[in-house]
Design a protein around this ligand. Structure first.
Ligand code: ZN
Length: 507
């Protein structure tokens, strides 16, 4: 079975920020986990390129919308490469295959009687590309997100008959797993209970969009167009009929999104799919927002964390670790530099790095640069028992996108291995020749525990995982967890390369 995982298609009004990086890293960890666990995975990311905001931004920068989009799209592609993102697809909504799919989808929904012409009046935020129901400010209303004046619109639009889907959407979101986490599900249930209104899917007088076939002067509303990128992204070459999409990985297992766009994914999108007679995604996961030192990040505040600069300064491992191990996935998180440095030093450099370094050094010193090879097994091997429990816990956590809990369980195994060394004091035992076998047993256990740590951590920290495995004498890249997540894979007598720090301490 193919598992399809998506990030949102990011809006190209500006260069990538830390929020989109966070979403993409989380999806990457989940996709890597699924691949390692033996699934055929299609991991889709990409960019959403149409709409008035893009048209205006391009104009302000004195370039064509098309050039603007290409510039930002390539910034995204470059950034994801730098962050070791393992996406299989990168979809652009300006591609011709996407345009064809949008047209086919529209025809299907239209044939099903779910499209009507109507008048749309209301206050509109170009920043959100959204009508606002109850905008704050009576005379000159502003967008509460963008703090910008709203624009009054009164135009003829095409509408999607969302109101017809009230009961079906209520049934869908009442399922326990469709909207995650649970707090977001309540928010959506509350929204839907107020009654669904038809929503407009076209705009007039905007040229930067996909023309609606048969309706001169109309282009598709950017959200109607963008959501369909999850389908067009699955096409490998050329056009695919809508009903064939199941052969390419549809429906998605999970759409991972920021909490601000939950309504589009948990309400509008499933209704559109129902109308077109296509299967629904299994779940929609809305994660939280990032702040910096307790403050909202914003251009005007001058406190934006640039993901590229962060990567250049610290490397991928510390940042990925912080974002996934410290912030509970689904809740809001705060980036604090001091805490970031502490976690890097404590968790990665000390707990994991030192454990590997000192065990490997002792083994090399006392066992001719090799994994200790004296055979002795003990039924009550506490590290072996703990490792086996950790493996099943971590798989369970990854499956639920509970990255923080997965990271904690892995770190606990490393901490317990450090304690095990301290308790058993092989550096004292080695002084007595009669205890050499026991020293061998202890060191083997800890080295094997390091291997399990490196294997389990691979979805979150692919780079660090590879470095640890290299230090243990494994040089083939980790392709699958099959045969790896069992105790005893590390071969006795295997040569251990000279240790070098796998993660530098930060000051
Ligand atoms: Zn807005």
């Amino acid at each position: 079975m193919t598992i399809t995982i998506t990030t949102p298609l990011y809006y190209v009004n500006d260069k990538p920020h830390l929020g989109s990086t966070y979403t993409t890293i989380a999806c990457d960890a989940f996709a890597r986990y699924k691949k390692l666990n033996g699934n055929n995975v299609v991991f889709i990311t990409g960019v959403d390129e149409h709409g008035q905001k893009i048209e205006r931004t391009a104009k302000a920068n004195n370039i064509s919308p098309s050039d603007h989009c290409s510039k930002i799209a390539s910034q995204y592609e470059m950034l994801w490469k730098k962050w070791s993102i393992s996406n299989d697809k990168f979809i652009r909504t300006t591609s011709s295959q996407h345009k064809t799919l949008v047209e086919k989808f529209f025809h299907r929904v239209d044939q099903n009687g779910d499209i009507r012409l109507g008048r749309q009046q209301g206050w509109y935020c170009v920043g959100c590309e959204e009508y606002k129901d109850d905008p704050p400010g009576a005379k000159d209303p502003i967008c509460s997100t963008h703090k910008m004046p709203l624009e009054w619109r009164d135009e003829e639009n095409l509408f999607f008959c969302l109101s017809k889907y009230q009961t079906k959407i209520e049934n869908l979101i009442s399922q326990p797993n469709f909207v995650q986490p649970i707090s977001r599900r309540n928010e959506i249930i509350n929204f839907v209970s107020k009654g669904l209104k038809d929503f407009s899917i076209s705009r007039v007088n905007i040229s930067w969009g996909i023309p609606v076939p048969g309706f001169k002067g109309h282009t598709f509303y950017v959200w109607f167009d963008a959501l369909l990128g999850y389908l067009s992204g699955l096409q490998t070459k050329g056009e695919v009929e809508l009903d064939e999409l199941n052969n390419y990985g549809w429906p998605a297992d999970v759409h991972v999104i920021g909490k601000d766009i939950l309504r589009f994914h948990a309400v509008y999108w499933p209704a559109m799919l129902m109308s077109a007679g296509l299967d629904l995604p299994h779940r929609v996961f809305g994660h939280g927002f990032l702040t910096r030192e307790g403050n909202k990040m914003g251009k005007s505040l001058g406190n934006v964390l640039d993901p590229e600069l962060l990567l250049d300064k610290y490397g991928e491992d510390p940042v990925r670790w912080y974002l996934l191990s410290d912030i509970k996935f689904g809740q809001d998180g705060d980036f604090q530099e001091k805490r970031f440095i502490d976690l890097t030093n404590n968790d990665l450099a000390n707990t994991i790095g030192n454990l590997l370094n000192r065990t490997s050094s002792m083994s090399r010193k006392w066992f001719s640069n090799c994994v200790p090879n004296i055979h002795k097994e003990n039924e009550n091997n506490e590290l072996k028992l703990l490792a086996s429990k950790t493996i099943s816990d971590v798989i369970n956590y990854y499956e639920q996108l509970s990255f923080k809990e997965a990271c904690k369980a892995i770190l606990d195994l490393a901490s317990s291995s450090n304690l095990y060394l301290n308790d058993n004091e092989p550096w004292k035992l080695i002084k007595q020749n009669s205890e050499r076998e026991l020293v061998s047993y202890h060191l083997y256990n800890v080295l094997e525990s390091c291997r399990i740590v490196a294997t389990l951590i691979a979805p979150v920290l692919p780079n660090l995982s590879r470095k640890i495995l290299n230090q243990l004498g494994f040089f083939d890249s980790l392709q699958s967890w099959e045969h790896q997540l069992v105790w005893g894979v590390l071969e006795k007598g295997q040569e251990l390369p000279e240790p070098s720090p796998i993660i530098p301490r930060l000051e």
